[in-house]
Design a protein around this ligand. Structure first.
Ligand SMILES: OC[C@H]1O[C@](O)(CO)[C@@H](O)[C@@H]1O
Length: 587
């Protein structure tokens, strides 16, 4: 293992934070009245508005999201398999009278192996993606997923072969769950970035839903036959092939290329995906931002030192903890209580056709995630997540209260009325989850880290999602065995904590470039003020600067100005230009 030095802490300066040229963005504002040479030299730029969605970004979103589909399909499939007679006979244990069953440990291991693989896959994929690139990584992990599937499909009687196959397939699923949102975040234009990353969750929900339908169909037609589970399993190849091969015709992400020195290529890709003309100012602005951040970085260091540096870099420990906590709370919303155990829960409420109930809930999950894609860009991340948390809190409170106080399992009338009310609450809960916390946590984690640490930061937050996914999946049967529907209050409480987390710690990223979001974290912009954040007025900048002197991170912070890229920002840009003039004047 190579030795590494722990870097000495240095007071951050604007240069070290990559914020050197923020004020100069005002020069892009055609209405600023600025007649400096810098401004004049930019008057040839194209200031026309960008098209909302280009074909390139649409197809990119569709194809890359296939990674989400594989995620959902694989997690959704397994509960059906466990109930299929052929699967049970081959891989289960047998009573002395020959009837087959799965012990809790065996079924638990088969189910949980995927989650363990995903956790490792998400962590390992990050350094590989930094090394070979995002695009080849996607193909590589699709191949690994396919190998896992071959191991499973070829299992004749050995349950541990199934378990190992799920572990290997899990490596692929976990890696893709990191790569897909990262690819989107690094490539999508900022005005649709939220919706595009959320498409990933849409495909997860589609995968879960389709897995349930395909399982049901195959089971009905191939009862007791090996193809009842081999056909749904084999279909996963098709999806992995579409993604692994399809990505080859798409470009590498511009931010990755830029970091590797291929600046012209990065620009070309941006122009294409954004549908912008060669001289479009918004591409100029973003490239300048990327360049400024890149210049601020230290030179390449060893692998371990890079990880250590990540935690010591300005505001990175904060953001890593935040990403890990957000993904933890996404699982602690309690959604998988319904998705993994819905069939069992509703059986307990006396509903006969719990399988159909489960299909309906999966369908609601999928259908309403579409609405989530709209609201992420329409109402922003913070507002939607806060409302979502409160809604899910209420639904769980009602659900748990009916289950605990009103449901009498021995009274058919009570089971019918209370059971139905509980299903309705579950459906309302899923609506809240699917439109907010389901998709948007992936969006926020994609936006949270600067380019240099994005892969590693997202790896940790994604691993947290899988860790909690596993813990909840594994322990829920034990916990509900003890406290039954009171468990719902635990999720209700977690949803309230999630609300506080968003309110106090998450910066609004709607309509901002990734580099702007990074700057807002670096400058400790207050999250609840982040939506309207813009540079302080000129005299305030001058005052802060006078009082603190140059080189002081706080004083520098006052000068920061978001890129003047939308009509709403133009006023702010003018402010900034005035600020510059005023500062020049005073100096
Ligand atoms: O849509 C529900 C699904 O979404 C996830 O939370 C991932 O974002 C999964 O853990 C869950 O099964």
């Amino acid at each position: 293992m190579g030795s590494f030095k722990v870097p000495k802490f240095q007071k951050p300066t604007r240069e070290s934070l990559g914020l050197t040229n923020y004020v100069s963005y005002a020069k892009y504002d055609p209405h600023s009245g600025d007649s400096t040479d810098a401004r004049k030299s930019l008057s040839h730029l194209d200031y026309s508005p960008l098209r909302r969605v280009t074909w390139e970004s649409f197809w990119m979103g569709m194809l890359v999201s296939m990674g989400g589909f594989i995620f959902g399909y694989d997690t959704g499939q397994i509960s059906g398999f466990l109930a299929m007679p052929d699967f049970l006979n081959r891989f289960g244990q047998h009573h002395s009278d020959g009837t087959a069953y799965f012990s809790n440990v065996r079924s638990g291991l088969i189910v949980a192996m995927l989650s363990i693989g995903t956790l490792i896959g998400a962590l390992v994929a990050a350094p590989i993606a930094d090394f070979i690139g995002r695009k080849p990584s996607v193909t590589l992990w699709c191949c690994i997923f396919a190998v896992g599937n071959i191991v499973m499909i070829s299992s004749e009687h050995h349950w541990y072969q199934i378990m190992m196959g799920r572990w290997v397939a899990g490596l692929g699923v976990g890696a893709l769950s990191l790569l897909v949102p990262m690819y989107m975040a690094e490539t999508a234009p900022r005005h649709i970035r939220g919706a595009l990353i959320s498409t990933y969750q849409l495909f997860i929900t589609f995968g879960i839903f389709l897995a349930a339908c395909i399982n049901f169909g195959c089971y009905e037609h191939q009862r007791g036959n090996a193809s009842s589970w081999r056909i749904p399993m084999g279909l996963a190849f098709v999806f992995a092939f579409i993604l692994g091969a399809g990505i080859l015709i798409f470009p590498e992400t511009p931010r990755y290329l830029y970091r590797k020195g291929q600046k012209e290529e990065a620009k070309k890709i941006m122009l294409k995906v954004y549908g912008a003309s060669e001289n479009h100012y918004s591409v100029h602005v973003e490239l300048e931002e990327i360049e400024a951040k890149l210049r601020a970085e230290n030179k390449q260091e060893g692998v371990i030192q890079e990880w250590v540096n990540m935690f010591r870099a300005p505001k990175m420990a904060y953001r890593i903890l935040l990403g890990v906590a957000l993904q933890m709370f996404q699982q602690l919303t309690g959604a998988n209580y319904f998705f993994y155990y819905g069939t069992v829960i509703f059986k307990a409420t006396g509903i006969n056709n719990s399988f159909v109930t489960q299909m309906i809930l999966n369908g609601i999950n999928f259908g309403t995630t579409f609405y989530g894609l709209y609201i992420v860009e329409h109402y922003g991340r913070r507002r939607s997540l806060i409302v979502g948390s409160f809604w899910m809190f209420l639904m769980f409170m009602i659900f748990a209260s009916i289950g605990h106080f009103s449901l009498d399992r021995n009274n058919p009338q009570s089971t019918e009325s209370s059971g139905t009310a509980m299903i309705v609450m579950a459906a309302f809960f899923i609506f809240g989850f699917a439109t907010t916390w389901g998709p948007m946590i992936w969006t926020i984690c994609g936006e949270l880290y600067p380019s240099r640490y994005r892969a590693k930061g997202m790896a940790l937050s994604t691993a947290s999602n899988w860790l909690w996914n596993f813990l909840l999946a594994f322990f829920t049967p034990f916990i509900t065995g003890d406290i039954d529907f009171l468990y719902g209050y635990v999720f209700a409480g977690c949803n309230l904590l999630g609300l506080l987390l968003i309110y106090f710690f998450v910066i609004e990223g709607q309509g901002r470039t990734l580099e702007e979001i990074d700057s807002m974290y670096l400058l400790s912009v207050k999250p609840w003020e982040s939506r309207k954040w813009e540079a302080p007025p000129p005299d305030e900048i001058a005052r802060i600067r006078r009082e603190a002197g140059t080189g002081n991170g706080v004083a520098e912070a006052g000068e920061i100005q978001p890129a003047a890229t939308t009509a709403g920002d133009e006023a702010a840009a003018r402010n900034s230009t005035d600020a510059e003039k005023e500062l020049e004047h005073r100096e």
